[in-house]
Design a protein around this ligand. Structure first.
Ligand code: SF4
Ligand code: SF4
Length: 370
């Protein structure tokens, strides 16, 4: 039986204004924190960047100021893209500790290691920094969150495997054998190097919920468990996995997620085969494989709501709804249409799913006519 627990990922918190990531609905969030703790869970994951830098402060109010320090664990991440020189590590970590009102992190990760950002982390000597952070008591465990292919992961582990306790990786049944995300291969390397695995995107940013009626029917025929339940148990059943993070946005989702983990059942070999088959079917119907992490939004010079457009594109390909076209037109008016993309390429280096965003935006523009 797996020992994995559910972690509360504070990156998709409830908001009072959908267009303002900093407008965290503190009443609902506090209710969620209380429910989570009451159910016996206590692991929280945030980052400097989530909710336009408002996530840590919200967690301070809802958790840190209301519960004794020994009652919870907090993981946080150094924003790799802001590192210019070695002293930036300390400067950023001090800000992160202050925003949360805590003295140390249970887990401190270097955020979003990929081909573009590894050089920033190395230039700022961040691997040495996290090693020292553990020695001087700023963190109990340290590691990386990773968004790249196996090759880079193996390089990182060969160089820094002795420093890394924890790797936060994208792992879900849809990406298990995916050629771009390579969950299985990356997970295999964690096992090989004896590294603790934490899972992000177990339901692929909600993509696994937005599947065709045909796929929903096949899940219903197989068992009475929900697709979310299958996705969480798939992640929790893998070797070395200690925490499965879920970016829960409301109490209802939280109740469902907690239920799964309170009665956690590992998946069988037969279940695994079924899920691989479903992954294949979902992929066939899914047009754009976006995880809706919103990382690309920060630096788009044209202010294009990229994940919203990809979501609408997928929905339109599946269901052909007039409401998709209406919503696209309204959103394009408020922000900018997909056709406004200047192809500057900034978002491509940032994309956690390694998507060719400018090319995909052309498809979006073609589908919606602008
Ligand atoms: S390539 Fe297009 S979508 Fe990406 S950052 Fe540049 S303008 Fe924005
Ligand atoms: S396009 Fe890439 S970076 Fe942007 S939300 Fe989707 S997965 Fe995240």
């Amino acid at each position: 039986m797996t020992q994995a627990t559910l972690g509360f990922g504070a990156m998709r918190l409830p908001q009072t204004d959908d267009n303002d990531p900093t407008s965290i609905d503190m009443e609902e969030f506090t209710r969620m924190v209380d429910y989570f703790m009451e159910q016996g869970f206590n692991y929280f994951d945030t980052s400097y960047a989530y909710h336009d830098e408002a996530s840590e402060g919200a967690l301070k109010k809802a958790l840190v100021e209301r519960y004794p320090g020994e009652a919870y664990q907090i993981a946080n991440k150094i924003p790799t893209w802001l590192l210019r020189e070695e002293k930036d590590n300390d400067m950023l970590v001090d800000i992160m500790l202050e925003r949360l009102g805590i003295e140390y992190f249970d887990v401190l990760l270097i955020h979003n290691i990929n081909k573009a950002l590894i050089s920033k982390a190395e230039h700022a000597n961040s691997f040495e920094y996290i090693k020292r952070a553990k020695e001087n008591g700023k963190a109990l465990k340290v590691g990386i969150s990773f968004h790249e292919k196996e090759e880079l992961f193996e390089d990182v582990l060969e160089k820094y495997g002795d420093v890394i306790d924890v790797a936060l990786i994208q792992l879900n049944f849809m990406d298990w054998t995916d050629q771009r995300i390579q969950s299985k291969k990356i997970h295999g390397l964690c096992v090989k190097y004896g590294i603790e695995v934490q899972v992000m995107e177990p339901v692929k940013g909600g993509t696994l919920l937005n599947v065709s009626d045909d796929v929903k029917g096949k899940f219903a025929d197989y068992s009475d468990k929900s697709i979310v339940d299958w996705a969480l148990r798939f992640a929790a059943s893998q070797e070395n996995v200690t925490v499965v993070l879920s970016g829960m946005s409301n109490l209802e989702q939280m109740k469902e997620n907690c239920e799964t983990f309170k009665n956690l059942e590992s998946i069988t070999q037969q279940d695994h085969k079924f899920l691989m088959k479903m992954a294949h079917e979902i992929k066939k119907s899914l047009a754009i494989d976006c995880s809706f992490c919103n990382y690309c939004l920060k630096d788009c010079e044209m202010n294009i709501p990229i994940p919203d457009f990809f979501n609408l594109y997928n929905s339109e390909k599946l269901y052909h709804l007039e409401s998709n076209v209406d919503l696209y037109n309204t959103t394009a008016k408020v922000y900018a249409p997909a056709s406004a993309c200047s192809e500057c390429g900034t978002c491509v280096d940032i994309c956690t799913q390694q998507l060719d965003i400018p090319a995909l935006l052309k498809d979006v523009a073609d589908l919606f006519g602008k």
